[in-house]
Design a protein around this ligand. Structure first.
Ligand SMILES: Cc1cc2nc3c(=O)[nH]c(=O)nc-3n(C[C@H](O)[C@H](O)[C@H](O)COP(=O)(O)OP(=O)(O)OC[C@H]3O[C@@H](n4cnc5c(N)ncnc54)[C@H](O)[C@@H]3O)c2cc1C
Length: 312
């Protein structure tokens, strides 16, 4: 294996934006992703003319100002929706546009199982298939529940710091209707974490309506309860239902979250960056992603690595 300059672990939005920023700086990188396709929690499902997203359906309007959005040629891809903005043709539009601009090697369907340091000061990465890679710098673009175990046996203080990160189990459903529906705005059942009601015709066949309903329950239990929740909301059975099961867990942000994040960064060795939604401020509203922040996180990680490489 040739020596690598930067390895990015995780091909979600944070990892992809870090890769794009490194590419702009002409710094060689390798991206490693355990799934078959990049995109992480941003996965779009298309069925019967409905375009449905589990994560990142709605995003904070600051996404319009993101330089990477313009760089990806998507300045016109967003439209306004109640509570935020959405990608007219699916949030995977963003993933596809970023990917189209990446030329570095990608190792897909490969899981990193541990990290370490070699005697020459380079980082070591052990993959679950037994492959060993090394790199001058590392960007770990992973939620805390995946990142924690990568430090076990190398820097166990980081594992211990990350293990208390807690998640609420929320399952999202997209419900597609062929006509208009009315949703009571102010009397949601307690198990509904949030409900997004898109403007008529947005992400639907002509005249249709798309709802996203997030239930506080694990996927199977949530699926069993959905019909009852729809009845309580006086909604008919949808023409199309998609259950979004990845990654099923939303970080619970304690009041001292940002102080814990600062302490985490102080534990990381120089040249190693941990980035993504678990290490940022909470999203503006439940169920509204801060995708601009993910893009900015990736760019900031790339800059940090660039400064580290330049100083050595
Ligand atoms: C349940 C849920 C919660 C969300 N919470 C927030 C939030 O709090 N704030 C917010 O702004 N937005 C949130 N979002 C919206 C949005 O999805 C995220 O902001 C954004 O997509 C996260 O991107 P990411 O790259 O940081 O992480 P992810 O999309 O999770 O990407 C991480 C990637 O790393 C890969 N990976 C994991 N472990 C390994 C390994 N060992 N080796 C190789 N690859 C690995 C995964 O397969 C995945 O592709 C949430 C979405 C969902 C579904």
């Amino acid at each position: 294996m040739p020596p690598r300059t930067v390895v990015i672990v995780g091909g979600g939005l944070t990892g992809l934006s870090a890769a794009r920023a490194l590419e702009q700086q002409r710094i060689p990188y390798t991206l490693i992703e355990v799934q078959r396709q990049p995109g992480g929690s941003l996965q779009t499902v298309r069925q019967a003319g409905f375009v449905m997203d589990g994560a990142g359906l709605l995003s904070d309007a600051s996404l319009r100002e993101s330089p990477l959005l313009a760089d990806a040629g998507l300045a016109e891809a967003l439209t306004a929706a109640p509570g935020g903005v959405l990608f007219r043709h699916g949030t995977d539009t963003l993933v596809a546009a970023l990917l189209a601009r990446l030329t570095g090697p990608r190792l897909m369907r490969m899981a990193v199982s541990s990290t370490g340091e070699l005697e020459n000061g380079r980082f070591a990465l052990c993959l679950e298939n037994g492959l060993l890679l090394d790199a001058r710098a590392l960007i770990l673009a992973l939620p805390a529940r995946y990142a924690a175990r990568l430090f076990y046996g190398y820097r166990s203080a980081i594992t211990e710091h990350l293990l208390p990160w807690q998640y609420e189990i929320i399952t999202r459903f997209s419900c597609g209707y062929t006509g208009p529906v009315t949703v009571p705005a102010d009397s949601l059942p307690a198990e509904v974490a949030w409900l997004h009601h898109l403007p008529p015709g947005e992400r639907t066949p002509p005249g249709g309506t798309l709802l996203q309903i997030a239930l506080r329950a694990a996927p199977d239990e949530a699926a069993a309860r959905l019909p009852e929740v729809l009845r309580a909301l006086d909604l008919p059975p949808p023409a199309v239902t998609a259950r979004h099961v990845w990654p099923e867990a939303d970080l619970i942000f304690p009041p001292d979250h940002m102080a814990r994040v600062a302490a985490l960064h102080a534990l990381l060795p120089p040249g190693m960056v941990l980035a993504g939604s678990d290490y940022a401020a909470p999203p503006p509203r439940p169920g509204v992603a801060h995708l601009a922040q993910r893009l900015a996180d990736g760019v900031a990680a790339a800059r940090q690595v660039q400064a580290f490489l330049a100083a050595r």
